[in-house]
Design a protein around this ligand. Structure first.
Ligand code: HEC
Length: 189
């Protein structure tokens, strides 16, 4: 009998320690998903997000000058990064959580040798990432931005590095208008 009681007590202790470890480990993850990557300065300007190149890389459309009569609006790769928890939420619900940040970093096509902007590399003829050339960011924050479906649009410059460190929201005519007209139904993205 005594042995059995000892066993029960030992099992209970193991279960308790297991739960304590699980809770301890779960905590920072919860805190992280609640924290937004958007940091606003005291003057209301957005700070350039840190570490975005390690977020989920969701794709990189390319619209080079060579395919747009020599003058594309964005003649670069549009490399888009979103934090994993926000990608997961969007895939589940069809909309992004409050505080979600989307980064679009532009890179020029690498030294074109053909008129269409392509070149030949060991892997074949195509378009390859060249110099960094600008960064656009959107932030879902319906408290700050009530008009444009809760999304603020920011550009840290459309040029080579370095980018601006803090920027004010872009006017609707520059960015938001086009997103409102084309993708209002898919959470502005
Ligand atoms: C003429 C229309 C147009 C304008 C103006 C425009 N965008 Fe976009 N934007 C798009 C399209 C289309 C995509 C998706 C495909 C692509 O990247 O080409 C996109 C993609 C993005 C993305 C990646 C996430 C997504 O929605 O797919 C961000 C971030 C973004 N734009 C921010 C901006 C910012 C900031 C500005 C202003 C500086 C801006 N855009 C101006 C049409 C536009």
């Amino acid at each position: 009998m005594q042995k059995r009681q000892y066993l029960v007590a030992a099992l209970a202790a193991i279960a308790f320690i297991g739960m304590a470890i699980a809770l301890f480990r779960a905590k920072p993850v919860v805190a992280q998903s609640e924290r937004s990557a958007a940091v606003f300065a005291s003057d209301g300007k957005l700070t350039l997000p840190k570490g975005y190149r390690t977020w989920v890389y969701v794709g990189g459309p390319v619209t080079p000058n060579g395919l747009n009569n020599g003058k594309a609006g964005f003649p670069e790769f549009h490399n888009v990064y979103i934090q994993a928890q926000n990608v997961e939420a969007y895939l589940k619900t069809g909309s992004f959580p409050e505080g979600a940040v989307i980064v679009k970093e532009l890179t020029r096509v690498l030294d074109p040798t053909f008129r269409d902007g392509s070149r030949t590399e060991p892997s074949g003829r195509g378009f390859f990432n060249g110099e960094f050339n600008g960064i656009d960011v959107t932030v879902k924050d319906s408290k700050r931005v009530s008009k444009t479906n809760g999304w603020g649009f920011f550009t840290f410059g459309h040029h080579r590095l370095p980018y601006d460190k803090t920027v004010a929201e872009s006017p609707t005519t520059v960015c938001t208008g086009c997103h409102m007209a084309n993708v209002a139904k898919t959470d502005m993205t």
